[in-house]
Design a protein around this ligand. Structure first.
Ligand code: NAP
Length: 289
């Protein structure tokens, strides 16, 4: 099976390429240097010529705060280029798996968001991602949309790696404790993507690790596990702070937990808890340091 992974230099894309290749797929990964989403017309033409059985779109404009200042670029990459990608895939009747985000929701709910809940993004990034996934579903009713959240992995920049860095440098770290979500390891997302492809599953699905945490909970766990695994840890105190004390350009949802009821019926394994996956990721990362 021939698979194209866009955004293959990103934290998720790198893992998706690794997992799909290990599953025996013929995988080609492309980054912005190979296929620049700032030129949607080229994306459509390139993809329709490449003719992958599945295209997994991990490419995105992911700078949540900067998107407030350059909305045109966010929409160009997350919407216009995604439309072009879907049109390219449609031209030869291929399959598209689009990655989306918890940031399409406003976080005002107090129970997990289901696939059918009404999106209401709080920021430009969320609006552009929602426009992208809606366009995909409109153009390709048989597309697969996978919404995930609070992503971290060995590659690229993410909250977990930032906390590791701070832990080696600072006595105290201050972290928001009134935003809740489910920290999710890229490896687990890639495994879920592989399962969806192998079972030819289409439609909208949520996927995150099990369990709920605040950023404070996640940072505290990173410090605890990092110390146990022999990382350099200087931090003696993690201080919880409210989101209102940490101003950002983009507003973020206070509650980002996604329901996994639908995808649990598709996956033939138990989704790991975020604490289990975090320890596994930190263990793997330690071997490379
Ligand atoms: N990070 C999170 O917490 C999170 C949460 C929920 C959902 N998601 C979604 O998960 C997916 C993967 O995110 P990630 O965290 O892996 O992001 P990431 O590490 O920032 O990677 C983004 C990828 O998109 C590519 N890209 C950026 N601009 C491009 C352009 N103009 N043309 C072509 N490719 C371009 C990058 O390629 P270059 O290296 O060439 O720039 C990179 O490979 C995205 O759809 C994101 O919205 C992420």
């Amino acid at each position: 099976m021939k698979i194209l992974v866009t955004g293959s230099t990103g934290q998720l894309g790198q893992e998706v390429v690794r997992v799909l290749a290990a599953d025996g797929k013929n995988v080609t990964g492309v980054s912005s240097r190979d296929l620049d989403f700032c030129h949607p017309e080229r994306v459509k033409e390139w993809v329709s010529r490449f003719k992958a059985d599945w295209v997994v779109n991990c490419a995105a404009y992911t700078h949540v705060d900067m998107a407030e200042q350059e909305p045109d670029k966010a929409f160009l990459i997350n919407h216009a280029a995604t439309v072009a990608l879907a049109e390219g895939v449609k031209s030869y009747a291929g399959q598209l798996l689009q990655i989306s985000t918890d940031f399409i929701f406003d976080g005002k709910q107090s129970h997990p968001y289901s696939e059918g809940d009404v999106p209401a993004p709080l920021n430009v990034y969320g609006e552009s991602k929602l426009a992208g996934e809606q366009a995909v579903s409109g153009l390709l009713p048989e597309a697969t949309v996978l919404r995930t959240a609070w992503v971290y992995g060995e590659h690229g920049n993410n909250f977990v790696k930032t906390m590791l860095k701070f832990a080696s440098e600072r006595n105290e770290i201050q972290v928001i404790d009134d935003q809740l979500g489910s920290p999710t390891w890229t490896w687990d997302i890639a495994e879920a993507i592989c399962s969806l492809i192998n079972t030819n599953t289409t439609g909208i699905y949520n996927f995150t690790n099990e369990g709920v945490a605040s950023w404070y909970d996640l940072a505290s766990e990173v410090i605890t596990v990092a110390r146990q695994l022999g990382y350099q840890v200087k931090t003696s105190h993690v201080r919880p702070i409210p989101a209102c004390d940490y101003k950002t350009l983009a507003s973020r949802p206070a509650y980002s937990v996604l329901s996994k009821c639908k995808i649990r019926d598709v996956l033939n394994y138990n989704i790991p808890h975020w604490r289990t996956s975090l320890r596994e990721m930190l263990t793997q990362l330690r071997k490379t340091r």
